[in-house]
Design a protein around this ligand. Sequence first.
Ligand code: ADP
Ligand code: ZN
Length: 724
Amino acid sequence: MIVGVLVELANKNVDKIFDYKVNAELQKSIKVGIRVLVPFGKQIVEGFVLEIKKSSEYNSDLKEIINIKDEEIVLNEELLELGKVMHTDTLATLISCYQAMLPKALKAKKGSVINKKFQLFYQLNKDLVNDLQKITTKQQLIIDKCQKEGLVSRKELLEISEGALKTLIKKNILLEVKKEKYRLNYNSSKLQQKELTKEQKQVVEEVLANKEQLIHLLYGVTGSGKTEVYMELIEEALKQGKSSIVLVPEISLTPQMVERFQARFGDKIAAIHSALSEGEKYDEWRRIVRKEATIVIGARSAIFAPLENIGMIIVDEEHSDSYKQSDLNPKYNAKDIAIYRSKYHKCPVIFGSATPSLEAYARALKGNYNLLKLEKRINDRELPTVHIVDMNKEIKNSKGHFSNTLLEAIKKCLDRKEQVILLLNRRGYASFVTCKNCGYTFKCPNCDITLTYHKSSNTLRCHYCGYGEKVYTTCPKCQEEALNNLGVGTQKVEEELIKNFKTRILRMDYDTTSRKGMHEKMIMAFKNQEYDILLGTQIVAKGLDFENVTLVGVINADTSLNIPDFRSSENTFSLLEQVAGRSGRSKKGEVIIQTFNPDHYAISYTKMHDYDGFYKKEMQIRRELKYPPYYYLVNIKISGKDSTYILNEANKIKKSLQRNLLNCIILGPSTSMIFKMNNIYRYNILLKYKKEDNLRIILEKILDHYKTVSKIKIDINFNPSQML
Ligand code: ADP
Ligand code: ZN
């Protein structure tokens, strides 16, 4: 027997399948998808068995497998195939694609052993229990509990009576059962199930009935009850004995959602999130493999859950850029993987959002996805009224960051004993220059994106095309000497609030929520009305459902408009609409947006919650400037320590691309947003194209050409979510 093994070495040069012999003893345990230990050069390394065959094309003496690492299959047939597709699509190494699918605890690393924890449980010895003569009340309680629940933990029985427990064990009436203990506890406190509204029912029925189109975009306004729809669809899958995946952008930031799922589905849920330890993640992974958990909720990587027989895939907040892996290879998008798995299992995939990504909405309008709508809020609640405050006018009469309009509204809301959420927009903070007086920002004349400030050279630069200009001291619009490149922090705003209101303020940002479980505690405290004002960064815009919030204030709507990214308008509109959606969920609510750009369409369209209006306007701009969804993008990042050398090579790469790719628009090389990082210089070449058959072949050749050159690193990112 010969096996083809993909070895775990993070080196492009060895991303190949090597043949090994298998001795007679190991042959019976060999399966495709398990891990083995093999000799490789002078080392012993781990690898995946990808093929089993009778003979090898290599005639030279093959080495033998040393041992089998784990008897259980680590990657099933579907995931093995998916890895190959990802490898082709992203040009990342095959081994990195497989590694992305597995919990860290399973990846090759010397000396990292995860201990399994065992716990003692008891069950009744049915043969003896009927022969019992004298029984105390306590003993009877224990027996009743075990009769009802089967397996009961020692801890629970100890709570009834230690003496009675000891006696029953001694008499052999209780038998000890050793069971693996998982690190997480699930309490299913059955929630009252909600009767679906007519709109919700229609959506569920349409998904279940439509066997032609399996990809759905669920466009449902904030508070329209999307989560309830998801749960109903999963319930249907469960009834058919099928499993489900639910993706959320950042699971540790959506405790309310996970809670609702756990309340309904109990320990069928496996929740995979970044706050779990590696051991806990490994536990969850094994619960899935053993089919103990059949509903997986998690962020991006949960899309690789080793489920079989998937019946439903949900991608909530589909517009979120967190579904794309940008920092590491493979640079995959979990939404593409969701579509792949939906095709493989012939099951529906639902992309849900109150502000769909332009790409998804465009596809839905073209009929590539089925468009589902939830246009009404639950209980026919109206969407909140939005007031846009022009800070150009207000700034002169107001101290600090608050307009009088917003201060007044906060006061009234507090008087009514209702709650306030305040958003301090910190996306794109500090890297651009803006005028404190009039809000003017500098833009690239070629690309219409904000120029980024470079302190070292005191210049403003475009990160797409490389355009640059010197920094002015006076504002070209209002002529004031008021240019600044600093934003505000939540702490400063909190101090201002304290001066104005004697009230309980909860500050929530990445500093105050970094401790494990802190975010959840804060959300509960605000829900229980222990605070009147919740002040925070982007995290307050995400999926929160508080009944008593009737005012949402946005302190600075503009900062996210200034990020040098063609998606900055889309991201701003989406952020404002999402945070606005926290207001008025059970009483009439309002929203106040402070801005220096009241006429900017990303802001003005939020006034009527006009997603369609925004969509049309933004699509026009995308068409004119040749951005997605009209064009595809690929970013090529060229980095290295010697800036002259890499710029030189970047120019060579550009020339070669120009020769070979005739249907591409090629921009750059331009400096990266952060040009120098850890003494590594970075340049980008950006490709725009509609159709380019040679693209992957040419890019692969470039990767190949440089793979043995240590002075330079080439990184390719298809359909990047952020322009870095
Ligand atoms: P979305 O995700 O669309 O913003 P949610 O799913 O959070 O909306 O639902 C908003 C609120 O409405 C939640 O408190 C939810 O429990 C409630 N809800 C959803 N569906 C129903 C229903 N059919 N009947 C009553 N309440 C519902
Ligand atoms: Zn430019």
